[in-house]
Design a protein around this ligand. Structure first.
Ligand code: ATP
Ligand code: MG
Length: 185
């Protein structure tokens, strides 16, 4: 019962957040910040869950990962992606956040060595409540809002999202953030 009520509470929090985001009833709180610092914060949050599952977490950084963004919102984005990577990867697997500076952008990749996603599903996973193979994911606790939130918050930051996945091998979510938000140029 406790587990169910926790899940319901999480669902309500996510739904409220998503409806605010979808209706553009929020403003980004912009500052210069490092995606590496955000990733370290997120790894701190998921450390317990990762250790329980014997997962290995890695950060790679090439150049500077500083962008203009909303710290809390981007932390949510990275947390949702890293949580998925941990959830959908068998015990003992690897989750890597790779950060790479480009001329006017920073690319953040969340890579895992997990179950992967059927190419036919890769567009639908960003829909609210959509979960691949409901039977398989029923036990893994989620509600299917995580990636809808990721998509909207990334788009609010003018980031481009790409997914590459191979079933049984792993998945890579790639977000390309402009270093400066167009509104403040
Ligand atoms: P929650 O709302 O708790 O995040 P969820 O994880 O099921 O629930 P999403 O994060 O939106 O929902 O993900 C949607 C679906 O996409 C998942 O149910 C899963 O089937 C698939 N998926 C997402 N990330 C991965 C991944 N890294 N590897 C394999 N499948 C994934
Ligand atoms: Mg999720």
């Amino acid at each position: 019962i406790w587990k169910e009520s926790d899940r319901l509470q999480m669902l309500i929090v996510d739904l409220l957040e998503l409806s605010k985001i979808e209706n553009a009833q929020f403003k980004l709180d912009l500052e210069d910040m490092s995606l590496k610092d955000i990733t370290e914060d997120v790894f701190e949050l998921v450390r317990g869950k990762a250790e329980e599952k014997g997962m290995h977490l890695h950060i790679q950084e090439q150049g500077s990962s500083v962008i203009e963004g909303d710290w809390q919102r981007l932390k949510q984005v990275v947390l949702n992606l890293v949580s998925n990577a941990i959830s959908y990867t068998p015990s003992g697997g690897h989750v890597t956040v790779a950060l790479k500076e480009q001329k006017d952008a920073v690319v953040l990749k969340v890579q895992d060595t997990g179950i992967g996603i059927d190419p036919k599903e890769t567009l639908r996973i960003f829909e609210r409540f959509y979960r691949v193979d409901r039977a398989r994911s029923r036990n893994s606790g989620g509600t299917g809002l995580g990636l809808a939130i990721v998509k909207h918050l990334a788009e609010a930051h003018h980031a481009k999202i790409e997914v590459q996945s191979e079933e049984g091998k792993g998945t890579e979510f790639s977000l390309t953030f402009p270093k400066k938000q167009p509104s403040t140029l």
